[in-house]
Design a protein around this ligand. Structure first.
Ligand code: PGA
Length: 250
């Protein structure tokens, strides 16, 4: 299995900043290649531009969201097939900021996953509990219900088109990372769920990312765990050196 590190730029970087970051990444990768799969997820306006910049580069392009609908009168939305035609390979679906701030329910997330797969995009499906849910002892139950809502209703999923990102909400953008042991406990549980649902061969081949205040100093400890196969990186993906040192730890 090839580990996968993805940068979620969120709503950051204007055009020249986005181009500058991509050029730094390309230069540094030319000098010193890495072995994991590397994905960047910029904002929509830069996707087509960066697709050109990334031709002949090992970096793949992802989007941070897609519409739940195929096409039509949905002002402000961006469809999965538009993304695919612009050169996108991956789409992040179900990020906790989408769930919490924009009302993406499990049902909406399922529809978005279906649209992504119909457009031959690969899905980075996010899950994770809040601090209150963890403190109440419900972390695994919450993660299971978020994942079941999709995997039990989306027959097209497989180890090639599905990556799961476990992102405890209390660790996102807070500087408070899950310890490798806390993360691995949930990753082990996710692996068990996937093996029970897809069978061992597929279940063991689906890559599981950790996300939430992952940085250059804590990445190696997290990635050393057997069921942590990469990271979904927010803040630390906005600086080429930080992002690549996380990728090198993978
Ligand atoms: P963070 O964000 O690395 O800034 O905590 C991770 C994410 O939300 O994907």
């Amino acid at each position: 299995m090839q580990n996968i590190v993805a940068g979620n730029w969120k709503m950051n970087l204007n055009k020249s900043e986005a181009l500058g970051l991509v050029n730094q990444l390309k230069t540094q990768l030319n000098e010193n290649p890495i072995h994991c799969e590397l994905v960047i997820c910029p904002s929509f306006p830069w996707i087509a531009l960066l697709a050109q910049e990334l031709q002949n580069s090992p970096i793949q392009l992802g989007a941070q969201n897609c519409a739940a609908q195929v096409s039509g009168a949905y002002t402000g939305e961006v469809s999965a097939s538009m993304l695919a035609s612009a050169g996108v390979s991956y789409v992040i679906i179900g990020h906790s900021e989408r769930r919490g701030l924009f009302g993406d329910t499990d049902a909406v997330i399922l529809e978005k996953c279906k649209r992504a797969l119909e457009a031959n995009l690969k899905v980075i499906l996010c899950c994770g509990e809040s601090l209150a849910e963890r403190d109440a002892g419900n972390a695994i139950e919450i993660v299971y219900s978020q994942l079941r809502a999709v995997i039990e209703n989306c027959a097209k999923l497989n180890a090639d088109n599905l990556v799961i990102a476990y992102e405890p909400v209390w660790a996102i953008g807070t500087g408070r990372t899950a310890s490798p042991e806390q993360a691995e406990e949930i990753h082990d549980a996710i692996r068990a769920l996937l093996c029970a649902h897809f069978g061992a061969e597929t279940g063991n081949a689906i890559r599981l990312q950790y996300g939430g205040s992952c940085n250059a100093s804590n990445a190696a400890g997290l990635f050393a765990k057997a069921n942590i196969n990469g990271g979904l990186i927010g803040g630390a993906s906005l600086k080429a050196e930080d992002f690549l040192s996380i990728a090198r730890a993978c």
